[in-house]
Ligand binder design. Structure first.
Ligand code: CP
Length: 332
């Protein structure tokens, strides 16, 4: 049987798009629609009855070819809160080890009735490839160093809820820009919503030409810190060989680590984000991670709402394609 593989949903969704592959593809209006929908789901998560029947009968598969704590579990919980059936697929325990291909694996999962596949893969473009071979909606949960759109969205939601706006803010992305899919999704999303983005890190970890994406590039954190409304501290990705890109962890921490002294040099209402996992004592001190400027755990809470919004917008039923993106009326 031939399965659909184009970008037209088999039936209209509340949003009109079938996949979420990256924030580069989305307009300002589409990003704001997701954030507005997520705001409603943040409110739902505070209720005593948190489950709604929106995706009853839908099947959401998590296909993770890399480890994850936050993204995998929050997509799972988001799907459950929307009453979908969810199933985790773990590559290391699968028949991939017997030689089955990525696409054959996905086609087998689709044959079990998957409506949505949430895909994390070390290869940039893997979710995009899958979107051309299966009929299910594909959500990019992180593809190599390319994009991590729901992380970018949850970072923006956290900023918007804390500051009341994104337009006109100055946001610093600090650390390992080269390997960071979070940085790329933040750059696309924040610049579309009117923020000024400063990329700051060792020259060896900031790719050349990033100014072309509409960012400012800086190499000295102490010079730009006083201008920042938000600082998003990116993880040094020790699983990739970093030995040659800076002299030592101590040297990195001295120049780029977020300490209480640096927090004091920033604006009084400086908002500190970190996508996680964090390396305490490398990118930031424990006091800063757990301190009053930190919104690290708010990001996790908001991530659940963002993932509920994305699942709802991509796979909830709608009578009219492109119609209202407000979530359905949710009973208390
Ligand atoms: N921030 C993030 O994507 O975390 P996980 O790798 O734990 O999903």
């Amino acid at each position: 049987m031939t399965r659909p593989s184009n970008d037209s949903p088999a039936e209209p969704t509340p949003w009109g798009r079938k996949h979420l592959l990256g924030l580069e593809d989305l307009s300002k209006h589409e990003i704001e629609a997701i954030l507005n929908t997520a705001d409603s789901f943040v409110e739902v998560s505070t209720r005593s009855r948190k489950k709604v029947p929106t995706l009853l009968g839908r099947v959401v598969f998590n296909l993770f070819f890399e480890n994850s704590t936050r993204t995998r579990t929050s997509f799972s919980l988001a799907a459950k809160r929307l009453s979908a059936d969810t199933q985790d697929f773990t590559a290391s325990a699968s028949s991939i080890s017997k030689g089955e291909s990525f696409i054959d694996t996905a086609k087998n999962i689709e044959a079990m009735g998957a409506d949505v596949m949430v895909v994390r893969h070390p290869t940039p473009g893997a979710p995009h490839l899958l979107s051309k071979h299966v009929g299910a909606s594909i959500i990019n949960a992180g593809d190599g160093a390319h994009e991590h759109p729901t992380q970018g969205l949850l970072d923006m939601l956290t900023i918007r809820r804390a500051k009341g706006r994104i337009e006109g803010l100055t946001v610093g992305l600090v650390g390992d820009i080269s390997h960071s899919r979070v940085a790329r999704s933040n750059i696309w999303g924040l610049t579309k919503l009117g923020a000024h983005v400063i990329l700051c890190g060792p020259p060896t970890l900031v790719p050349r030409g990033m100014e072309r994406l509409g960012c400012e590039v800086a190499y000295h954190l102490d010079n730009v810190l006083p201008r920042l409304d938000v600082v998003n501290v990116l993880r040094i990705q020790f699983e990739r060989d970093q030995r040659s890109v800076f002299p030592s962890i101590a040297e990195y921490f001295r120049l780029y680590g977020m300490t209480q002294d640096r927090i004091k040099k920033g604006k009084p209402d400086l908002l500190l984000l970190a996508p996680g996992p964090i390396n305490r004592g490398v990118e930031l001190t424990p006091e800063v991670a757990d301190g009053p400027h930190s919104a690290i755990l708010d990001q996790v809470t908001n991530g659940l709402a963002v993932r509920m919004a994305v699942l709802y917008l991509l796979s909830g039923k709608s009578e009219t394609k492109g119609a209202s993106v407000e979530p359905p009326a949710l009973a208390h």
